[in-house]
Design a protein around this ligand. Structure first.
Ligand code: G6P
Length: 492
């Protein structure tokens, strides 16, 4: 039985299955692993192998969903449902992967979590035509309930008396309530890694489903958010929920006699670990290759998953406007665009990926010369190459429509070699922490973004270096271990 439990859709490991039936495990990164390690006393190193030394903290379990065929096979082969981690350490935790039927998983993850809740919280709908809730949406919703119930069952089964469960994100908004119903003795936290929609937008959801989501999270003892704005928006939505009483001073919501505290836990990065990683030879090799491509031109970098909320197409339009309005930059600047694949099962994402490619190709065609390629687009995910780009960047562009936090804005300043100016959307959660040292923009205002890039390119070296110091300090102020410990502490 475990004293600390984490639940998230995507787990800390994934498996691929080869033709001969061999399973190969890959370990994901993520702040939660080091957060857990700090709580359990486990090693939690990036490639951590168990040292054999006993950990002195509480026993921990991470419950996640099997995402692909390899994961499903690993879950099926797992004795008593706990994965064989092949000697690897995952923050001192055991891992249980839930083999949820593929159709149920697909509807819960794609149709409800990603194509509905994500769209609501990031304000992504083109409202004259979407959303459109009908009988099919109800069927999808039932799958979302079944998926959440599978997590609640697993947590209820493995939790020791009085244990703490930290349930993550919009995939699992019903699970806190379901778990409380099964195990009233537990202390339950829910954490939203996304923004939260303002009430007028939240009300796009069918009334009963919107209420179910709020009621689900209010099943927790503590509901955490990355930024004050998102916590306030959640309270605003709760204020409209029948039977709920919101105390804004205390930051609590009371409903059916149960009190949920609402808190803000910003998530930053582990500066030392990232600097060490950025100094490794694979990063240096990529840095050299990029330098050969870019020469001594100024470099504007962006690194994103190809995700509608990341606003990549408007970012490209801003770069185009820079080259039109300030032709002096032509031939003297290169825009490096890393747009990594994401959620390709959703047609909206496939279309957006195409729109990014087209916008990039148009810029190359319009401005490129035999001696100058104005834009380099890379779509294959390569973390060491992203780190190399961070180190080299003169300007980092982070312009999401809306973002829970945005860790790219925090990572680049920490590893930058010569200081980089940050052009940052005011709608990213990170803006609240980085505003003093970044150039803030309205993500819908392409012209303003273009001018901010221009200003960033002209920023004197000393100013850039001073701002970098400020950005790096703010970015590392709340490392993942503290973020996670704070969530658990809020349950005491
Ligand atoms: C981003 C968001 C998280 C979310 C994750 C899911 O990182 O910030 O809130 O949990 O995406 O991504 P996935 O690839 O698993 O759909």
């Amino acid at each position: 039985m475990s004293q600390v439990l984490v639940a998230s859709n995507r787990g800390p490991v994934s498996f691929s299955l080869s033709g001969d039936g061999t399973l190969t495990m890959r370990r994901g990164g993520g702040g939660l692993v080091s957060g857990l390690a700090a709580v359990t006393g486990g090693p939690g190193q990036a490639d951590g192998r168990r040292s054999g030394a006993a950990q002195d903290g509480p026993e921990a379990l991470w419950v996640c969903a099997a995402l692909g065929d390899g994961d499903r096979e690993a879950a099926r082969r797992a004795p008593d449902g706990r994965l064989d981690l092949d000697g690897h350490d995952i923050g001192g935790a055991a891992v249980r992967m839930l083999d949820i039927p593929a159709a149920t998983f697909h509807r819960a993850y794609n149709a409800v979590a990603n194509a509905t809740l994500w769209f609501v919280h990031h304000l992504l709908y083109d409202t004259p035509s979407m959303p459109h809730f009908d009988a099919r949406s109800r069927r999808d919703w039932q799958s979302y309930e079944a998926y959440n119930a599978a997590f609640a069952d697993a947590l209820a089964r493995d939790a020791a008396a009085g244990a703490k469960a930290a349930i993550q994100d919009y995939h699992l908004s019903l699970a806190p309530r379901m778990l409380r119903d099964r195990r009233p003795d537990l202390k339950i936290a829910h954490f939203s890694h996304t923004p939260w929609a303002p009430p007028e937008y939240y009300r796009l959801l069918p009334d009963d489903l919107g209420e179910r989501v709020l009621d689900g999270i209010l099943g927790a003892d503590h509901a955490g958010f990355l930024a004050e704005r998102w916590a306030q928006a959640f309270l605003d939505c709760c204020a409209l929920l029948p039977g709920a009483k919101v105390d804004r001073v205390a930051g609590t919501v009371t409903r059916g006699g149960h009190v949920t505290t609402v808190g803000v836990h910003g998530l930053g990065i582990d500066g030392d670990a990232l600097r060490r990683r950025a100094a490794e030879p694979d990063v240096a090799a990529r840095l050299e290759a990029l330098r050969a491509q870019v020469g001594d031109r100024r470099l504007i970098v962006r690194v994103d998953r190809t995700e509608l909320s990341k606003n990549i197409v408007r970012g490209l339009a801003a770069y185009r406007e820079l080259l039109v309005n300030h032709p002096e930059w032509r031939g003297r600047v290169v825009h490096l665009v890393f747009a990594y694949p994401s959620r390709y099962d959703l047609p909206e994402y496939r279309e957006y990926t195409e729109a990014v490619r087209e916008a990039a190709a148009r810029i190359t065609e319009e401005f490129g010369t035999p001696g100058w390629n104005p834009l380099i687009l890379q779509v294959n995910d390569d973390f060491p190459r992203s780190l190399a780009a961070y180190r080299m960047a003169d300007v980092l562009l982070v312009n999401p429509i809306r973002d829970g936090m945005n860790l790219v804005a925090k990572e680049a300043p920490v590893v930058s070699d010569n200081g980089c100016a940050l052009v940052l959307s005011r709608e990213a959660g990170a803006a609240a922490e980085l505003a003093d040292h970044a150039l803030l923009v309205n993500p819908y205002d392409v012209s303003q973004t273009a001018e901010a890039i221009h200003r960033a390119l002209l920023m004197p070296r000393e100013e850039c270096a001073a701002r970098r110091e400020g950005l790096a300090a703010a970015a590392t102020a709340l490392p993942p271990r503290q973020w996670f410990a704070d969530q658990l502490a809020a349950l005491d």
